[in-house]
Design a protein around this ligand. Structure first.
Ligand code: SF4
Length: 887
């Protein structure tokens, strides 16, 4: 494909479940220009910092470009034969249950469809699960229990139309930024709209809250059970809706009676007045939407949390009408597509049930397949445990990195090393999972793929190809079809993704008289050209019926009796603080990184925001432990230990720590937080509880701390490092228990012995830098405590002409202001610059935008700007505030 003068292509962002439309154009220099698609209904032209930086991630650096078998470059034929042979041999010897696929919400729907067809219809086992199990399986299970199907009842417009928006366990501002911007725009237009944020932490989203309920971790069930009791007590039950369309209300309301406001306050740690205010707001507001995300789902009782929320909406009849309803937001770009296509080990394609013989017969008939799996397969956590037990002999991992992202990640990594045959399809050469693979298959990346994804509001959009397939890279569906054919299976001949989509759409409509929610029969029969032109389309879209944007306003549930179910939900009290592991570990995302950083970690713009992993901890906890801001801490669980930076902030509750999960062995050492997480799962959904493991925290006994900027990618030999991408090289934070020869280490990191230096041995301070023709090519700083230099300036100085004295001082010359840590990635505006503008009178986010531009492009940073403008918060953000580090 000639990329010289190609026009923009309308495609979809590959990061989160908002599913923003993107106009992308390949540039001759190998980058891509990216703008938001104003015609896409999800974002109407907006993009967040991650979406805006997509053009920085499409280079071919570190791309896996050809198949690798046993560490050697191989032909596609030999790689396919090896995979088909290993899977065939395992099946012949040990049966279909001895093989498994672990796939991903990064796959396109067409890829997912083929993976399921091959595993469930031809190999004959349901041992296929997806990393979406980690993000929304509890929502799926809760929907199915309440609605009889995995149906998201509402749309994004409902969030904008609500008079009361309740955000539960959702840092929307950082994790679904464009949806958050839509909400903020709606609130600006209708200031009476209220927002309640329910989250143990005060997050960027809380800045927008009219009421922030900082509940104790894992206490959502009593909060919502108490709310059900309250709406019943004040006569807000919708008796007509309950009588006509639901079942289980009496039992659910009766079970909720124990949750008085006092009881709820005691369980959640909230003040009774806060609980009462929230309850009164909900009771008095017809147009209420409850948005929930990982704080609800990633729990040992996440499904009960989901049903406690849905109970309130069913009980008040606030569902399926504009501005009302429960609404789960999905983490991944195609988590919804995976659900629709049966990507989970207990489902069949098109929302059909593995446990339903009629559904199995229908799917098998449509596929004309030799078999159909009839029992649920291994869910994510169980799949890797089955490897340890010797039950899985061959595993295919596609587009995901379980060695980093699954709970008890160290044990998962051991399983990956142990499984007799591992094949990994990925786009890059270096991931923690890929290092164990017998066969590595080069898959198409975003921009090279062609297919569809579905976002959180059931909107199917095209991901279109705008870049040529590099090297020998192939589409995931094509790779799987070749393996299937090599295994001797018919039914895998497709001319392109449009043919797969057509088969899938036809299955959704097959004998579907409205008894199944997922019906896209109206999209059958598309030619390749029509498929290519497909506009973003919300399902259901039946062949002959009218499309519906919302479900359940007038009943029509998919349960056997057609009634929505209210359930009795059970509160499992969190474990008491144990002496050995007194802290609750909460894991999650940061604003500008995605998953295990395999893509976003390549963008210098995104690394400028938060460049290393950290632990948010309360000042009282830090004081008790003797931890100063920006020092390193060791966090330990029975499964392992990690080292991360302390971010001391009263945004965190006492007794809890929050650690982002992005960093991995390729970008850091000693910082994979999922190695600490207990493999506890929800008994209904199988979703891991990633936010409530018990851990201990103690200061890391560092003999030295280091900071470096280098042209080459380096990994110092010490206990801790974290590396970030810069436009001219890399930044390194590191620390260790013993420091040998600092000069020798500096020479190794910079790659030259021609160093200038300032050394104060008595103080333990060593500073080295190297220049070529006046241009900074590297600098390394050592200190006994956290290194106090301006990282924002030094990272920008790398590759630039600058003075020796300023570099060794680690500060810009006096005539250059120090911008401070980056807050606005789009316009590269730092915290110090914003503070200086505030001192001069720009005291609102809009005023900062007017004078600095910050927050006026993608808007992802607006909540942080607001926080910086709140005087009480200014001194809290110590980890990134270099001026204060080591003070
Ligand atoms: Fe991509 Fe950001 Fe939109 Fe999510 S909100 S789809 S990450 S641009």
């Amino acid at each position: 494909m000639d990329v010289g003068a190609r026009p923009s292509v309308a495609t979809t962002c590959p990061y989160c479940g908002v599913g923003c439309g993107v106009l992308a154009r390949a540039e001759p220099d190998g980058t891509a220009s990216i703008v938001g698609d104003k015609s896409h209904p999800a974002n109407l032209g907006r993009l967040c910092s991650k979406g805006s930086s997509l053009g920085e991630t499409v280079s071919l650096d570190e791309r896996l470009l050809y198949p690798v078998v046993d560490g050697q470059r191989a032909s596609w034929d030999s790689a396919i034969e090896r995979v088909a042979g290993a899977f065939g041999e395992a099946i012949a010897t040990h049966g279909p249950g001895s093989v498994a696929f672990y796939v991903s919400g990064q796959l396109l729907t067409e890829d997912y469809y083929i993976a399921n067809k091959l595993m469930k219809g031809y190999i004959g086992t349901a041992n296929i699960d997806t990393n979406s199990r980690l993000c929304m399986a509890s929502s799926v299970a809760g929907h199915k229990r309440a609605f009889g199907a995995d149906t998201v009842p509402g749309t994004y417009e409902d969030l904008e139309a609500a008079d009361l928006l309740v955000l539960v366990g959702s840092n929307l501002a950082w994790c679904h930024p464009v949806l958050f911007q839509r909400v903020m725009a709606a609130k600006a237009e209708r200031p009476d709209m209220r927002i309640v944020v329910i989250d143990p932490r005060r997050t960027a989203t809380s800045v927008a809250a009219d009421l922030h309920l900082a509940i104790a971790p894992e206490t959502d069930v009593p909060l919502f059970a108490g709310l059900l009791r309250h709406v019943a007590q004040c006569g807000r039950l919708d008796e007509f809706y309950l009588d006509r369309y639901t079942s289980g209300a009496d039992e659910a309301v009766a079970a909720a009676q124990e949750w008085t406001i006092g009881g709820v306050a005691s369980a959640t740690g909230l003040a009774p007045v806060e609980v009462a205010a929230f309850y009164d707001w909900v009771a008095g507001t017809e147009r209420t939407v409850t948005v929930y995300s990982q704080g609800v789902n990633q729990s040992g009782h996440g499904t009960d949390k989901v049903n406690a929320i849905i109970n309130v909406h069913l009980a008040t009849g606030r569902i399926g009408r504009p501005g009302m309803g429960p609404f789960s937001v999905t983490g991944q770009p195609n988590a919804m597509g995976g659900r629709e296509v049966g990507g989970l080990a207990n489902m069949l394609a098109c929302h059909m049930e593995l446990a339903n013989p009629a559904h199995r017969e229908l799917v098998q008939r449509h596929w004309a397949s030799p078999v159909i799996a009839d029992t649920p397969g291994l869910k994510a956590v169980d799949m890797f445990e089955a490897i340890h037990e010797g039950r899985i002999k061959a595993l295919w991992v596609m587009a995901t990195n379980p060695s980093v992202s699954l709970p008890d990640a160290g044990r998962v990594d051991e399983a990956l090393a142990k499984v007799p045959f591992l094949v990994v399809s990925d786009v890059i050469t270096e991931t923690d999972t890929l290092r164990h693979a017998e066969v590595a298959l080069p898959a198409a990346a975003w921009g090279e793929k062609d297919g569809t994804v579905t976002n959180s509001e059931r909107r199917i959009s095209r991901q279109r190809q705008f870049l040529p397939l590099p090297g020998e890279v192939r589409a995931d569906w094509a790779i799987m079809c070749d393996v299937a054919k090599c295994m001797g299976f018919d039914g895998f001949d497709y001319d392109g993704p449009h043919e797969i989509f057509d088969e899938y759409a036809a299955l959704s409509a097959l004998e579907n008289d409205g008894s199944r929610d997922f019906d896209i029969g109206g999209l059958t029969g598309l030619s390749a050209a029509q498929y290519d032109m497909l506009r973003p389309t919300m399902w259901p879209l039946p062949r002959d019926g009218r499309p519906a944007t919302r479900f359940f306003a007038n009943g029509g549930f998919y349960t056997p009796d057609g009634r929505g179910r209210l359930l009795v939900t059970e509160f499992v009290a969190p474990e008491k603080r144990a002496a050995r592991y007194p802290f609750t570990l909460n894991t999650g995302r940061v604003r500008d990184q995605w998953h295990t950083m395999t893509r976003t970690g390549r963008a210098a713009t995104l690394s400028a925001h938060i460049a290393e992993p950290y632990a948010e901890m309360h000042p009282d906890d830090a004081a008790e432990l003797g931890v100063e801001a920006a020092e390193l801490v060791t966090i330990e669980s029975p499964r392992g230990a990690i080292i991360v930076r302390a971010l001391v902030t009263d945004r965190q509750q006492c007794g809890s720590v929050f650690v982002p999960f992005h960093w991995n062995d390729a970008t850091s050492r000693g910082a994979r937080v999922d190695t600490l997480v207990a493999p506890v799962t929800d008994p209904v959904s199988g979703q891991p509880a990633s936010k409530s493991s018990r851990v201990a925290v103690r200061p890391f006994d560092a003999a030295f701390y280091g900071f470096a900027v280098t042209r080459e990618k380096r990994a110092p030999d010490c206990e801790y490092f974290a590396r970030a991408t810069l436009s001219a090289g890399h930044a390194l934070e590191f620390a260790g228990r013993t420091l040998g020869d600092p000069r020798a280490l500096a020479e190794e990191l910079i790659g030259t012995d021609a160093l200038v230096s300032v050394v104060d041995e008595a103080a333990g301070s060593f500073r080295f830098a190297a220049f070529e023709d006046g241009v900074l090519v590297g600098a390394v700083f050592f200190a006994r405590g956290p290194v106090a230099v301006s990282r924002a300036w030094l990272t920008g100085a790398l590759g630039q002409a600058c003075g020796h004295a300023a570099v060794l001082a680690g500060r810009p010359p006096q005539d250059q202001p120090d911008p401070g840590p980056t807050v606005c990635a789009c316009f590269k505006v730092g915290a110090n610059t914003i503070r200086a503008a505030a001192v001069k009178g720009a005291v609102t986010v809009d005023a900062i935008g007017e004078c600095l531009g910050a927050g006026t492009n993608c808007g992802s940073c607006r909540a942080e700007i607001q926080r910086l403008l709140t005087v009480a918060e200014v001194t809290q953000d110590r980890v990134r505030d270099d001026a204060e580090v080591g003070a």
